[in-house]
Design a protein around this ligand. Sequence first.
Ligand code: ADP
Length: 690
Amino acid sequence: MRNRPKENAPPAGAPRNVELLKDAERLRDEVWELRETIAGLNGILDSRRDVVFRVDDTGTITFANTRFGAVTGIEPQAAIGLPAARCLETIGLSWPLERAGPKADHDGRMPVKTVAGRRWFDWEVIPWRGDGPAALAFHIIGRDVTESKRLEDASTKARAQAEAENAAKSHFLATMSHEIRTPLNGILGMAGLLLKTRLSAEQTTYARALKSSGEGLLRLIDDILDFSKIEAGRLELEKEPVDIRHLVRSIVELLSSRADEKSLGFAWRVVPDVPETVDADPVRLRQIIVNLVGNALKFTETRGVAVSVSTQKDMMEIRVQDTGPGIPQGAAGRIFNDFEQADNGLARKHGGAGLGLAISKRLAEALDGDLTVESEPGHGAVFRLVLPLNGKAAQPCPEKARASGAVIATTSAIEAQTLAGILHDHGVDTAVIAQDDIKEDADFATHAILLADAAAADAILENMGPDAVAATHRAIVMLRPCERDRIERFAKAGFSPYLIRPVRTETLIKAVAGDFDSQGGKMSNLYDDRAVTPTRPPGTTGPRPGNGTSFNILLAEDDPVNALLARALLEREGHEVVVAHNGSEAIDIFSSSDPENFDLVLMDMHMPKVDGLTAARAIRAMASGADVPIVALTANAFAEDRKRCIDAGMNDHLVKPLDEERLHETLNHWVRPRAPKQKAADCEASNPHL
Ligand code: ADP
């Protein structure tokens, strides 16, 4: 503190009252110190970036700091004695401050028209009461929060935008799922109907391939929906015993038509020490393997693909190996990222979204395992899915094939090696001979059993002659389904039995062991259902017997293929069907029919003119429609879609692609058989909309 300057000394000889003078001196010191203290405190307040001022109980400003002057444009000294209302008016505020007052103790954020432009301030009004009950003054502190408000606003906007984008994404996924499911319903349903007609073996194979490809596509749609679930952290995993042999076999056979199209070798092997079942999520496990095998077949143009399952300590390894282009250097890590492809040129050629491996990797990790790849560019790729061997069941004892030795002659080394591995697992020593080595002087004599694919069998017959086949203990030919028409030729040349590729382990072992019916020297079909040609016997293509009751059904469906399919399925069960092509027609038909005419309404959701929900509400509102069961038959597969249907007064929700069994169950669940009534066909005939 500065020292107070001394007053001039009293003139000599003046009357002196020493005590009085001392008191006056002390008081002057105290007043001076007080002024110094106030100046110091004001200095502190002036140095603040906050606006600080004080208003007495009459609304007059009694103090204002420098920042007050900078914000209002009124000099702090000039503001003292002015009404607060007048000063604050210049910056767009009023007195008392809005949301403030003697009782107010919360912050109020308000925009302020400062000298430097519009700013946002948080205001704090602190009532100061002194000793009495009434407020004597208010201390007001204003803090400039323009920057933090800008950041908060930006983040609120970003959050709102992200939420809007998420909602748009979900909407897009739901729409896409709907749009793909609709034609897929036609493809799968028609393929299913086709398989129920009388078909040749070849046609059956094609119709089955059509159906299984459609099912694969359906899985893809579900994958995409899964991806969004994984992203949103909403993935739920099951754990149940999975028959890994059956799983791998079904996947390989599902995808085998792709290998056939490219003439690729395709084989699978599950080594005997892999337990019969492992605890895992069957749907997710299947999803990963389908993706890996699908990719291998997609990218491989020559030689082949092999899937093998083995164990390593307490882990199970599923290995998918191919002889494709491999993964370019540096891309191996990247391909597991979302929407990443190793090579754009290749990916464009083959299509794909670059999503499958990203989903598979995340699923593998969610199953406590991992997915990795090893590849030498130009020499194929090996994908390894490693999973814990939970719930290890008793190991099956490998059946011995009771054969001394075999030779495998194929065009695909990878297939031959896999088959040799299977035979080795069953105690058969096997040699592999490449097609190029099948020459006149090649010697099979020391080998008991010959296994050849069609091309190798041709090469043997051509280069070595039928005697070479006759010299073997047994010559087995492995055919693709499309090569069935060659069976007779190979049979005549001494090959028996034949096996369908991709070869099943149990069928191979039976063939090698001679455990089959040779049917008087003819080719045997063994026990492989792919080797036989199950078509319906004549006269069995009509409606399947339901529960013997015929229902009258109003089907509202705008898509002609889906309408045809649903109608065919229903008529096969003996029901009468009236088709409405949109919601408006459905309402008209229902309202113009006899009250008891329809036993059930099947209602699509998306239809032109009037949608299914509106039509359902309209039918429910009619006296005759109050009790009729209305079941949604829709490609809107989400839980919220089901809720919307139920909220609109429907009883149930069937998702496309239509499952025949579920349709059957649903009808029988909702429709109570009634006494004989007027046929829907009568109504159809008289209805102008049909
Ligand atoms: P998609 O195959 O739909 O593009 P994926 O995530 O399944 O998506 O695969 C990502 C990329 O990884 C592919 O585009 C391809 O570049 C590469 N890739 C995957 N599997 C193989 C394979 N077996 N051989 C060669 N490249 C592969």
